[in-house]
Design a protein around this ligand. Structure first.
Ligand SMILES: Cc1ncc(COP(=O)(O)O)c(C=O)c1O
Length: 382
């Protein structure tokens, strides 16, 4: 039987040697590797400035902290996302105002955004759901009309482009994740990408306690001033060294993900019991994070059984995401949200199964996954 992991970091000799090199030296933080990693991400995305941080959540938090989000402020947040997208707003005492997603891609339903904007709305966040880019030109039009700051949650979108421009570069900031199952990893880690040098300069201070000079900039060791409030959100040199090697492999990783995704689409297309989300077409270039199948209503009640069958056949699965964020206990209890407000996000959360397409897998694995999906559904019915 095959053993197909849902996600697997691709760590080779290059990453191991790079880590060894860092460990052989004396610089574990505040070093050149984090800067080199930032430059590599800028080169790949054609972004102006990148600020390496300890996670995507840290990048999101810094975005709202930079903006000065405070109690009484509202931020538009897609309902179908990871909780971090909303938590970052709460961490600044702002209120996330959730918007349902569209059926076709799982991305925020742009046609509903303006109904949720009030005089308190300060920012608009989007998530490129499973790496499928949001129509950013429509988002930016709304943002301009209402003077809103735009945060792109690009946790799953390294390699995604809309009209040829990389995700994260339309908005004021783009926040990326390098958690182990993402396109590339730094173990834990993230980056804040921006075309605005002032944002990058301020966030670089805020990620390191708000100190006015970092270690390399100090004339007298140990002497600095603190000019603003800040956190300890730096990316360490070990993670950055891994990230530099991973960035060299990224084009190859993305090519394999695309091939796998297309092969799996071919295998899944004939299965009547499921629907597929829209993948790359003309102006939308996905980063192919995973393939999420949506069970038709008639079969949705058997999802757990189907997942169990798939796992027993050696196919690793996941669910993106287990509930619309407003329906997670913390948000439901705090704001009183109801399922009826988020029918599309609820359908994706309740009926979907995420299948792997990572670069640790090949075309044969995709054929096997397709066969197992069909068999798992049949078996769940007996
Ligand atoms: C859409 C989204 N945003 C944010 C995050 C949080 O990323 P991190 O673990 O790097 O903080 C995730 C994690 O999977 C995510 O899926």
């Amino acid at each position: 039987m095959r053993k197909i992991q849902f996600g697997k970091p691709l760590i080779g000799l290059e990453e191991k040697n790079a880590v060894q090199e860092v460990l052989n030296g004396d610089i574990l933080v505040h070093g050149p590797k984090a800067v080199e990693f930032e430059n590599a991400v800028c080169a790949f995305t054609s972004g102006k400035k990148a600020v390496a941080v300890s996670s995507c959540t840290a990048a999101l938090h810094l975005s709202y902290f930079y903006l000065g989000i405070k109690s009484g402020d509202e931020v538009i947040v897609p309902a179908q996302t990871h909780v971090a997208t909303a938590h970052a707003v709460e961490m600044c005492s702002g209120k996330p105002v959730f918007v349902d997603c569209e059926t076709k891609t799982g991305n925020i339903d742009i046609s509903q955004i303006e109904n949720h904007i009030t005089s308190k709305t300060r920012a608009l966040s989007v998530v490129h759901y499973l790496g499928m880019p949001v129509e950013m030109d429509r988002i930016m039009k709304i943002a301009k009309k209402h003077s809103l700051f735009v945060v792109e949650d690009c946790a799953l979108a390294l390699g995604a482009r809309f009209k040829g421009i990389h995700a994260g570069l339309y908005g004021d900031v783009g926040c990326f994740s390098f958690y182990p199952v993402k396109h590339i990893t730094t173990a834990e880690g993230g980056i804040l990408l921006t075309q605005n040098e002032q944002i990058a300069a301020k966030v670089s201070r805020q990620k390191a306690f708000g100190l006015d000079r970092n270690v390399g900039e100090r004339k007298v060791p140990g002497i600095y001033d603190v000019t603003m409030l800040g956190f300890n959100y730096r990316l360490n040199e070990i993670g950055a060294a891994i990230g530099i090697e991973q960035m060299k492999k990224l084009p190859g990783i993305l090519a394999v993900r695309k091939e796998n995704y297309e092969k799996l689409t071919e295998c899944l297309r004939e299965i009547d019991e499921i629907e597929l989300l829209q993948s790359t077409h003309s102006e939308f270039q996905s980063s192919y994070y995973c393939h999420s199948i949506i069970l038709k209503e008639k079969h949705a009640a058997k999802r757990e059984k189907i997942i169990e069958n798939l796992n027993m056949m050696g196919v690793g699965t996941s669910v993106y995401y287990p509930a619309p964020v407003p329906l997670l206990s913390y948000y439901r209890e705090k704001y009183g949200y109801k399922e009826i407000q988020f029918p599309t996000a609820s359908r994706i959360s309740n009926n979907s199964i995420a299948l792997p397409v990572g670069a640790h897998l090949n075309a044969d694995d995709m054929v096997y996954i397709g066969k197992c999906v069909k068999e798992s559904i049949i078996k769940s019915e007996v």
